[in-house]
Design a binder for this molecule. Structure first.
Ligand code: UFG
Length: 329
């Protein structure tokens, strides 16, 4: 493997990035992580990777990360709380947009031309039809989604002008933990449903809120397409191979094509953990569409990829290992 160039993973200590780093290291790649630990966790860093504790906004840290001339860059380092992005857009502008543009410029300077980008279903906004395919209009409803769309648009320009070869992966609702138990550090200050369910099951929270039960869905709560983080990781590896082989860009959804309501998620967690999960029904959360489900046909066609760990039992069994059976450190 020594003739292979390293792979640079920004945000490689974060929730999704740490899973991908473990899979890359398992395949024998030399991995360099750039993470500022604002959300990442040291305990999730694969010991086989070289860690640069640094920031996208630091010229010095970026130079260190590019010193060994990576072949490809996986970019996970971004903020992802849609609600917060509507209160503090400047934080999202700075990190998600400026930080990513700096990274892209560094790639151009160092003649690194392969990029795998963590995009989001948030680029679509309120669904006009379901399931959502890649051609669906892009009208983000929150600033976070806008930051992802803005970067996708820049990727297209950098590709046209500078020959950048990229994959933009639009995640639906990422969830679960490593099926091999390698990742044990919980997400810091989670805003998403499944970690909040598990914090409630484990007693970190006394109860949780369900945002509205008067939607036009089977039990009145919102439907989302939950995709296991190991399935996301395998799609990243396939996307890397795809852009290497085909030298064409790839913009795809990553979801299962199947939706679950909030109450179905809580019930599955209760069944798997055997714990009570007290909740109150509250008002709707602003900007929540009733249903978001992906068409994953293109990912299947282009990458021969399909989710295989995203059933609710696998999701909550793997989360139980982290939230209810934590390893002492
Ligand atoms: N929910 C609750 N209570 C909570 C948290 C969430 O009822 O405490 C509900 C939400 O109202 C929503 C569902 O659970 O109906 C999922 O909410 P999340 O906040 O976990 O996720 P979102 O669907 O809002 O957004 C996530 C990602 C986005 C991505 C989107 C795509 O955070 O980046 O999925 O489907 F774009």
């Amino acid at each position: 493997m020594s003739e292979r160039k390293p792979i640079l993973v920004t945000g490689g200590a974060g929730y999704i990035g740490s899973h991908v780093v473990h899979d890359l290291c398992d395949l024998g790649y030399e991995v360099v992580i750039l993470d500022n630990f604002s959300l990442g966790r040291h305990e999730n860093v694969d010991e086989r990777a070289r860690l640069i504790e640094g920031d996208l906004m630091s010229e010095h840290d970026l130079e260190l990360a590019f010193k060994d001339q990576p072949e490809i860059v996986f970019h996970f380092a971004a903020y992802k709380a849609a609600g917060e992005s509507m209160v503090q857009p400047q934080k999202y502008a700075y990190n998600n947009i400026c930080g990513t543009l700096r990274l892209l410029n560094m790639m151009v300077d160092h003649k690194v031309n392969k990029f795998v980008f963590s995009s989001s279903a948030a680029v679509y906004g309120a669904p006009r039809y379901l399931p959502i395919d890649e051609e669906h209009p892009k009208n983000p409803e929150n600033y976070y989604g806008y930051t992802k769309l803005a970067i996708e648009q820049n990727l297209a320009w950098y590709s046209q002008i500078k020959g950048l070869n990229f994959a933009a992966l639009r995640y639906f609702n990422a969830t679960g933990y490593d099926i091999n138990g390698r990742i044990k550090g919980k997400e810091k200050n989670p805003a998403n449903l499944s970690p909040i369910i598990m914090e409630t099951a484990s007693g970190i929270r006394q109860s949780m809120q369900v945002f509205g039960d008067d939607y036009d869905t089977e039990d009145g709560t919102c439907i989302r397409d939950y995709i296991h983080v190991n399935d996301l990781s395998s799609a990243h590896l396939a996307a890397m191979d795809y852009i290497r082989k085909n030298k064409e860009n790839l913009v795809i959804n990553l979801g299962t094509g199947k939706g679950h309501t909030v109450l179905q998620m809580i019930e599955a967690a209760r069944r798997v953990t055997g714990r009570e999960i007290p909740y109150q029904i509250t008002d709707r959360r602003e900007g929540d569409p009733p249903e978001l489900v992906a068409s994953s046909a293109l990912a299947h066609q282009k990458l021969n990829w399909m989710a295989s760990h995203s059933d609710l039992d696998s999701i909550f069994k793997t989360m139980k290992e982290v939230y209810l059976n934590p390893v002492k450190r």
